[in-house]
Design a binder for this molecule. Structure first.
Ligand code: DOR
Length: 447
């Protein structure tokens, strides 16, 4: 019997409405007891002193690119999941834009096998909506469901054909899988490189308009209403999209949504200026799809996150190699390596008073689990909570610790972040996955 006791932390478990000083005891990989001095009751245990720290359920990320198989020079399941552990994430849903793409049982099983061998946290694969992500014909959803995928997505690209999208949604209802759509209409995007606005004009770069996202969100909500299917909006980024999702939820449509830490905190100005308005950066590390938007979009996203219209914070961790980023802006790959900065960056919203800490933790734990029903039928009962019997996934947080982002120190092979040199306030102190410590700093000392 292996026991781990986390002593004297402020336990915030939003799903159970708990916010109090307590010990968390995990026995054989599952939460056994949570309560004052419970750790003192167990005789033999590995012990962590969480005094002054917040103790939360392990974070769950609905949107991560692990790149394996096919793009191991950008990231592997081993490096990506180590980055996840450092970011406080104990469950990551892996996007299928690998090579080969995850559009068959064999491909999904190969990822699960590799995860079994080398992952530091739980990997839940996502299958493709269409064969080869080519947007022409549906991938075998039943086969993919049988192989264990938790959702279907062609992320990186939208399913542009509305008829195909209708059929994908119809078909998904048989297997109870969400269709996670990357909402950007390729015809409106064209070869746009960043948000269409004054910064793009200033830089002389072609833009991707907000309407490229909003028309597809509107279309897909209509199709979700037609089919009764579960539509999930990936990385929602505009105020207009938020208004559409809000109205659809009020009508009872089954639509869920996630937002990234970067869309919640950074604007299109990041591409040009970073933190210094005397220069024009053309920072490819701030190039991401959908693009960083405007202050008014951030306001709408934060409000929707606060009131639950947006269910989850998801990183869209998109690691790229230096040779994918240190090139001309229009040739550079889009994406931000986000797992290791997610908590610190999101904490800006807490420090500014825009959202309270318990709500932020909810959107990183129970929120994503509920959005996709991840705790149903997979042996993951209680995922996203610290309920007795739940998997022993715990994240220890130091909400006020300041640190400077230094990408060369990332566990991720993707050093691509616009936050290099930025001071963040809020840090993961330790991560426990399935009752084993997978990340620990000096702040969360052994007792
Ligand atoms: O910026 C992005 N990068 N957006 C996506 O949707 C895909 C991702 C990637 O795979 O690099």
């Amino acid at each position: 019997m292996t026991t781990i006791a986390i002593h004297n932390g402020r336990v915030i478990d939003p799903a159970l409405g708990r916010d109090s000083i307590a010990d968390v005891v995990i026995v054989d990989g599952r939460v056994a007891r949570v309560g004052p001095n419970e750790g003192d009751m167990v005789v033999e245990a590995e012990r962590i002193d969480a005094t002054g720290l917040v103790v939360a359920p392990g974070f769950v990320d609905l949107h991560v690119h692990l790149r394996e198989p096919g793009f191991e020079y950008k990231e592997t399941i081993a490096t990506g999941t180590l980055a996840a552990a450092r970011g406080g994430f104990t469950t990551v849903c892996a996007m299928p834009n690998t090579m080969p793409p995850l559009d068959s049982r064999a491909a999904v099983e190969s990822v699960l096998r590799e995860a079994e061998a080398s992952a530091h946290v739980r990997v839940l694969p996502i299958g493709c909506i269409t064969h080869g992500r080519a947007g022409k014909e549906l991938a075998p959803a039943g086969e993919l469901a049988g192989a264990g995928v938790v959702a279907l997505s062609d992320d990186g690209d939208a399913v542009a054909d509305p008829s195909l999208m209708r059929h994908a949604l119809e078909y998904s209802t048989r297997f109870g899988l969400p269709i996670a759509q990357h909402c950007e209409d390729p015809r409106l995007v064209g070869d746009g490189q960043m948000h269409e606005g004054w910064v793009a004009t200033r830089l002389g770069l072609r833009g991707r308009p907000a309407s490229a996202e909003e028309t597809m969100v509107a279309r897909d909500i209509a199709l979700a209403e037609l089919t009764g299917a579960h539509l999930h909006i990936c990385h929602i980024s505009t105020a207009g999209s938020v208004a559409l999702v809000r109205a659809a939820r009020e009508r009872g449509t089954h639509v869920t949504a996630e937002v990234t830490p970067h869309h919640l905190t950074l604007t299109h100005e990041e591409v040009a200026f970073g933190r210094d308005y005397r220069q024009l950066l053309y920072d490819t590390n701030a190039k991401v799809n959908p693009p960083l938007r405007e202050e008014s979009d951030i306001e709408a996203l934060v409000a929707a996150l606060r009131d639950g219209v947006i269910d989850a914070i998801a990183t869209d961790h998109a690691p790229h190699a230096t040779m994918d980023k240190d090139i001309e802006f229009d040739l550079a790959s889009p994406g931000i390596s986000g797992l290791e900065t997610a908590f610190g960056l999101s904490m800006r919203l807490v420090h500014s008073g825009d959202i309270d800490l318990a709500a932020l933790i909810e959107r990183l734990t129970a929120g994503p689990v509920r959005a996709w029903g991840l705790d149903r039928g997979r042996g993951l009962e209680g995922l996203g909570t610290l309920a007795p019997g739940a998997v022993g996934d715990v994240t220890l947080l130091d909400p006020d610790a300041e640190w400077v982002v230094e990408p060369s120190g990332f566990a991720s092979s993707g050093k691509n972040t616009p936050l290099a040199g930025t001071t963040l306030r809020g840090r993961v102190a330790a991560t426990v996955y399935g009752g084993a410590i997978v990340y620990q700093t000096e702040r969360a000392a052994a007792l």
